[in-house]
Design a protein around this ligand. Structure first.
Ligand code: F1P
Length: 348
């Protein structure tokens, strides 16, 4: 069994451990940092960790009502004037599974040495990392560590950790309770997700994939494309669902899979988008808490959850689509082309 498959399947257990580990670690950190009314949050990462940052920043802003922005790690030190606020207190979450990615370390170093208004909090899955040494504080999720190159359970676990932190910052017990139900929900639904994802992944008549997500789901859609690129090198793109109709829809043809990661906030518009792409020949997959008449495949998510709390549940199906497509293409999901677990940057 591949590491990738095992790590995808471990997510219910990982999420349960993430709940308790994050609450415990954040309670310690909260004693020594002040979050003021004008504090901004930055979520910083590279690759999967950037796509995680995008979803987490939107969740942080929605839940805490503080400004929260996602930035690629490299832009912190290469374009600080356009990315790092100078005149307000900032809490910067630097996200890195390995805790050793060059750009994440350089971002943390830059913030520590040049930005006295910024507190750096590392989020990683490894103990005693270089990131942990550079950050003022660190949240470590060792149970979500991975042997695979491709990030799966580490993405969802670190995303959940930041959602938990957002809820703890404002004392949102309702959100914490919702998040606590996710491990059980995933455990119950994983085999249904897998059956649907296997069918989609094995359908090699599909030649390109579009993932659509809005708000915090846009980062999830980006992450879905990254899984497919890393494991299968299939052409794929991510868009906001309504933006997709403003030009990019021209790429749809029979054989294009359009996968909608849809929530409640866009429900009244999503049927229209699904019908539109269907009329141009797309194979339509919806992952949502409601069905859509245009869908060829519908992966049902629970109705009772808020859009923020539901985020992590979209990932296992899209991870499994990439995994099963890799197998169908006779590729090894554990050995993505041109990629290692950690990217090391050599500046000239
Ligand atoms: C980020 C990353 C991954 C990618 C590959 C190389 O790593 O770019 O997104 O899939 O594994 O590393 P990290 O900073 O989160 O460790």
């Amino acid at each position: 069994m591949s590491y990738t498959y095992r790590e995808i399947q471990q997510q219910p257990q990982s999420w349960a451990q993430t709940m308790s580990a994050t609450v415990e670690q954040w309670q310690q950190i909260a004693q020594s940092i002040a979050i003021r009314p004008n504090t901004h949050f930055l979520c910083i990462g590279s690759g999967t960790s950037l796509y995680l940052a995008q979803s987490a920043a939107q969740a942080l802003q929605e839940v805490t009502q503080h400004v929260a922005v996602a930035i690629p790690s490299s832009e912190v030190f290469l374009s600080p004037a356009s990315t790092v606020p100078a005149d307000v207190p900032v809490v910067a979450f630097v996200i890195s599974r390995s805790g050793t990615t060059s750009e994440a370390l350089m971002a943390a170093d830059y913030l520590r040495h040049h930005c006295s208004n910024v507190t750096v909090i590392g989020i990683t899955c490894n103990h005693a990392t270089d990131l942990g040494q550079r950050a003022q504080h660190v949240i470590t999720l060792p149970h979500a560590r991975e042997q695979s190159v491709v990030m799966t359970q580490s993405y969802t676990s670190m995303l959940l950790a930041l959602q938990i932190v957002a809820a703890l910052i404002v004392g949102n017990a309702a959100l914490l309770n919702e998040l606590a139900t996710l491990p059980h929900i995933l455990q119950e639904q994983l085999s249904a997700f897998e059956a649907a994802a296997r069918n989609i992944g094995q359908n090699l008549a599909l030649h390109d994939f579009i993932y659509l997500g809005l708000g915090p789901n846009y980062g999830l859609a980006q992450e879905a494309t990254l899984k497919l690129k890393e494991m299968t090198q299939t052409p794929c793109e991510a868009y906001n669902p309504l933006e997709f109709r403003h030009g990019p829809i021209s790429i749809v043809s029979p054989g294009t899979a359009v996968v909608l990661l849809a929530g409640l906030r866009e429900q009244s518009y999503i049927q229209d988008v699904a019908a539109d792409v269907k009329q141009h020949g797309a194979y339509v997959v919806t992952i949502a808490p409601y069905d859509s008449p245009a869908a060829d495949v519908y992966l049902s998510l629970p109705e009772g959850l808020s859009d923020i709390a539901r985020c992590a549940l979209y990932l296992p199906p899209v991870q499994l689509i990439a995994y099963y497509r890799a197998l169908a293409l006779q590729l090894n999901p554990d050995q993505p082309r041109n990629l290692n677990q950690v990217v090391v940057l050599h500046a000239s």
